[in-house]
Design a protein around this ligand. Structure first.
Ligand SMILES: [Zn+2]
Length: 171
């Protein structure tokens, strides 16, 4: 089995939705906001990140065609199909690690006790949730609310789909 836990990504702005999904899975993922492809490529090289893009020009660069830099050309314009392609192409494990990385700014999250978040989360959340994490940069507090559940159930579906493909021997 391939060691995939050390994979890191840089997501082009034409496939920006992938950043949150990958962070949800616990992957260190940069979102490239600029328009200068060369900068994205050099960051990817420096930090050993896989490029995810819909830009065919990037795929033609020598650094990519020679295999020095890994880039994946995303085929679909639908975020869910894009995510499915990344999972399949890289054979990613859908055992995601929620609460590892801030979905907004890609920082490792820190555990917080219930007492520490009192007054910072809605009262009904405080009453029903016991586990919290906080981003040290943007100070967002995360808990297992409905948004989180929606995202994780989608990720689980990706995993089930992948297993089905595997057992059919198609890949
Ligand atoms: Zn943050």
């Amino acid at each position: 089995m391939r060691l995939i836990s050390s994979l890191k990504f840089i997501v082009d702005n034409n496939v920006g939705k992938l950043a949150k999904w990958l962070r949800m899975m616990g992957y260190d993922t940069l979102f490239f906001k600029g328009s200068d492809d060369s900068r994205m490529v050099s960051t990817a090289l420096d930090e050993e990140r896989v490029i995810l893009t819909r830009d065919t020009q990037i795929m033609k660069r020598r650094v990519v065609t020679s295999g020095r830099l890994k880039a994946i050309l995303i085929k679909s314009d639908k975020p869910e199909l894009q995510m499915q392609q990344v999972i399949n192409d890289l054979n990613l494990d859908c055992q995601f690690r929620p609460f590892a990385i801030c979905l907004e700014c890609n920082q490792p999250l820190l555990e917080r006790s219930k007492q520490q978040v009192e007054g910072q989360v809605p009262p009904y959340v405080f009453q029903t949730q016991n586990q919290y994490v906080e981003c040290p940069v943007c100070h967002r507090i995360y808990w297992r609310g409905t948004h989180w559940q929606r995202m994780t159930s989608k990720l689980k579906k990706f995993g089930e789909y992948q297993q089905k493909e595997n057992s059919d021997g198609r890949i």
